[in-house]
Design a protein around this ligand. Structure first.
Ligand code: NAD
Length: 493
């Protein structure tokens, strides 16, 4: 049967031992039924390894371990400084192995190594930042009038279930695990079936970092099996999910019908990126590219709807075309690759089907519009111009390097168009006029507004969606609110 660790030789010469088991109660174990699944490299379409596949019985064991760890107090009741130290140490251990972690991410997800290095750096920075919150979770005293002393405190929720996607496997692991641990919860996390490797790799450092057994558990496997078992488990108090809006809706229903779990959701987007006539194009063009081609366009907050004011419309399209055609797409392990492979055959097919739809709908193909090569899930960055608001390629999330461009005249017109979406994750504004920037940012219905920048994340800055893009916030102090509950205490004096 499959060993619990396999040696993997990465294309850049790094060799490492990849854990293949489920991470339960502080050790890697085989799944109860011994089933495994194949992990494919999107850049070569070849098998990387098999790993163990969890099922409902494995989820039950992991939840029991997390439940026991929570009630033992070994994590929850220790001095918060000790939790901070362990989370910080975990970050340092990842940092010491940053190049391996980044390479695993490129291998498994297909993303360019330069993006993967950024993900690892942000994961480390986030864990270090959130570690510092552990001893700063406090309450209030409330003056409720004569004869009472009233105060509140924030307590952890218990066992939390976390389900993460494949576009930022390590970063999503860090965004989920960090605040849950800082607040004193215990965790059962499911990775995405197409990108399970990095979370298993970094979780092996938990013990050395000082995180007690059972506090952090990883069950690899499929959404319909492991995901369902987590969302319906009666001992899980909260589900944190990142992925598609359709799955988010399903999870919320399952959470409600089981034990009314608390739910936080980071879902899809179709974010507008708006360029005014007075924008500085030298800064704007790279931001547009970062908005749509970074991480091969597999970004929930991708700036996929580009709106350009009429005075610079054709000029911008022509400059963007040149810049996009300059992007190096291909082998993620080459240093100058900006756009690697899409994560799976499914994603490639989905993106290509939208490209076909865009052409049928009558969009002008400025550049791209086809697959790149025959081996590996590569696609040429695609610009569709002259699109109309009712086109499917304007309305629906494509999740690939496909941008639509249309023209606008006035501020009122662009606010209406930008907000005409079921999503509200992010938006970009490019202008040199501060009043325009403030006016438009106030009017946009989105959780994050980037002005003269794009896809720009910071550990202290909360991230999350308006409308059907989600519920709750990650990062910032807000993330801690989502992993604690308020207890009010009233004392009659
Ligand atoms: P998905 O939402 O189905 O998968 C995300 C995670 O949810 C995975 O870990 C998956 O195993 C799990 N999951 C799936 N079904 C589940 C269920 N019934 N119960 C519990 N967990 C379940 O996304 P996908 O099918 O991999 O991708 C489809 C589309 O979703 C993409 O094309 C993209 O548009 C969107 N997406 C968005 C994000 C984001 O960051 N917001 C991330 C990934 C995908």
């Amino acid at each position: 049967s499959l060993p619990l660790s396999v040696k993997i030789d990465l294309p850049n010469g790094i060799s490492y031992n990849q854990p293949t088991g489920l991470f339960i109660n502080g050790e890697f174990v085989k799944s109860r039924q011994g089933k495994t699944f194949e992990v494919i490299s999107p850049s070569t379409e070849e098998e990387i390894t098999h790993i163990y596949e969890g099922r409902e019985d494995d989820v039950n064991i992991a939840v029991d371990a997390a439940h026991k760890a929570f009630y033992s107090g070994a994590w929850t009741k220790i001095h918060p400084k000790e939790r901070a130290k362990a989370i910080y140490r975990l970050a340092e251990l990842i940092e010491q192995n940053a190049e391996t972690a980044a390479s695993i991410e490129s291998l498994d997800n297909g993303k360019a190594i330069q993006s993967a290095r950024g993900d690892v750096a942000l994961s480390v920075a986030y864990l270090k930042s959130v570690a510092g919150f552990a001893d700063k979770i406090d309450g209030r005293t409330i003056d409720t009038g004569d004869g009472y002393f009233t105060y509140t405190k924030r307590e952890p929720l218990g066992v939390v279930g976390q389900i993460i996607p494949w576009n930022f496997p390590l970063l999503m692991w860090a965004w989920k695990v960090g605040p849950a641990l800082a607040a004193g919860n215990t965790i059962v996390l499911k990775t995405a079936e197409s990108t399970p490797l990095s979370a298993l790799y970094v979780s092996q450092f938990a013990k050395e970092a000082g995180i007690p057994n059972g506090v952090l558990n990883i069950v690899s496997g499929f959404g319909k099996i492991v995901g369902n078992a987590l969302t319906s488990h009666p001992k899980i108090k909260k589900i944190a999910f990142t992925g598609s809006t359709a799955t988010g809706r399903h999870i919320m229903k399952a959470a409600a019908e089981s034990n009314l779990k608390k739910v936080t959701l980071e879902l899809g987007g179709k974010s507008p990126n708006i360029v005014f006539d007075d924008a500085d194009l030298k800064l704007t063009i790279p931001n547009i590219i970062l908005g749509i081609s970074y991480n091969s366009g597999e970004v929930c907050c991708a700036g996929s709807r580009l709106y350009v004011q009429e005075g610079i419309y054709e000029e911008l399209i022509s400059e963007l075309k040149t810049a996009v055609e300059d992007i190096k797409v291909g082998n993620p392990f080459e240093e100058d690759t900006f756009q690697g492979a899409q994560t799976s055959q499914n994603q490639l097919d989905k993106i290509l089907s939208y490209v076909k739809i865009g052409k049928e709908e009558g969009a002008r193909v400025v550049t791209g519009g086809e697959r790149l090569g025959y081996k590996g899930y590569y696609i040429k960055p695609t610009i569709f111009a002259d699109v109309e608001e009712n086109f499917k390629v304007v309305k629906e999330e494509i999740f690939g390097p496909v941008i639509t461009i249309s023209k606008f005249k006035t501020v009122d017109e662009i606010i209406a168009k930008a907000n005409d979406s079921e999503y509200g994750l992010a938006a970009g504004i490019h202008t040199t006029n501060l009043s325009t920037a403030i006016e438009v940012s106030n009017a946009l219905e989105a959780g994050t507004i980037w002005i003269n920048t794009y896809n720009d994340f910071d550990p202290q800055t909360p991230f999350g969606g308006y409308k059907q893009s989600g519920i709750g916030r990650e990062m910032g102090t807000e993330a801690l609110d989502n992993y604690t509950q308020v207890k009010a205490v009233r004392i009659k004096t």
